[in-house]
Design a protein. Structure first.
Length: 303
């Protein structure tokens, strides 16, 4: 594996939402949300991950969002581009564009709907990786992609691609996290993609967090990572519990439906607009989310 800088791809890298107004991407608001991550202590950001509704965006929209993020960040923190699609050709197009634009790394989801074999995954990632020099990570989210990766597959990819450097692990399989760490070593980056398991994944060797709740409370998520890094497990546990209900609320409906509603309620978004087939939160769940926000200290009782 290529040698990475010690602090690169470590920390809290929130997967940013994509704001819409009247059906169009609101790039001005996206720039504001990106800059907010800088001031909130996030260690990096992820553009057009699941939370950013990538399958509802065009290739040009995804590329422009990355360019806006890179301009807003100005090199102060890394910008990871999620460039995966169900199509190899589209994934290669997005990934090569990301490298040309100046992304710090690429995150490629296992191709969804197709349900490839493990051999197919190896060849797919080899095909993508052969087109770039950019550090490449796998996005492992079997709940959405309907495919689970095995340890041997990750090892095989790392053997043919020196710049295959990590994985976003969005499933509750903590045993696989330990197996990856034991087999590929501490330099192979593992990011938690399950909000409620952030603390345990960090404790068994994950290098960071890519949590949707970082759009709402980026300072708390970054503080959780920082506490674990300095060995302050008491503070880490306190932050884990302070975030726990917020973390659970993200999945009250399909992500990012609850998240966009909550961001609009606290004034981070003018509208919780989504693209079909996602639709806004219903009244009962909205009431539940208001309570979550109040208990988290993010919404005044009178609001």
């Amino acid at each position: 594996m290529v040698t990475l800088k010690p602090d690169f791809l470590r920390g809290s890298y929130p997967p940013l939402i994509t704001p819409f107004i009247a059906g169009k991407v609101d790039f001005k608001k996206f720039r504001e949300l990106t800059k907010r991550q800088l001031s909130s202590g996030s260690h990096g950001i992820l553009v057009t991950g699941t939370t950013g509704e990538p399958s509802s965006l065009t290739i040009d929209e995804r590329s422009e969002l990355l360019e806006v993020a890179l301009e807003a960040v100005g090199g102060r923190i890394p910008v990871v581009a999620a460039t995966g699609s169900q199509s190899l050709a589209e994934t290669v197009e997005l990934t090569t564009r990301a490298e040309k634009a100046g992304a710090s790394a690429a995150l490629v989801v296992t191709p969804y709907y197709i349900k490839p074999s493990q051999r197919g995954l190896i060849e797919y990632f080899r095909a993508v990786g052969d087109t770039i020099q950019l550090p490449l990570m796998m996005y492992h989210i079997p709940g959405r992609a309907a495919v689970s990766v095995k340890l041997q597959t990750l090892v095989a990819i790392s053997q043919v691609l020196p710049h295959f450097v990590g994985i976003k692990h969005a499933t509750a399989d903590l045993e696989l996290v330990t197996e990856i760490r034991a087999s590929l070593g501490p330099e192979f980056r593992i990011f938690s993609g399950v909000e409620a398991l952030s603390l345990p994944m960090l404790l068994v060797g994950a290098s960071g967090l890519m949590n949707a709740v970082g759009n709402l409370a980026p300072d708390r998520v970054a503080a959780l990572y920082n506490a674990v890094q300095r060995g302050d497990l008491k503070t880490g546990q306190e932050l884990h519990f302070s975030l726990f209900e917020l973390n659970q609320s993200i999945f009250l409906d399909t992500n990012p439906i609850p998240l966009k509603y909550m961001m609009s309620r606290v004034g981070l978004l003018e509208t919780p607009e989504l693209r079909l087939p996602l639709v806004p939160i219903d009244g009962q769940n909205a009431h539940t989310l208001d309570g979550v926000l109040r208990r988290a200290g993010l919404l005044q009782s009178s609001a």
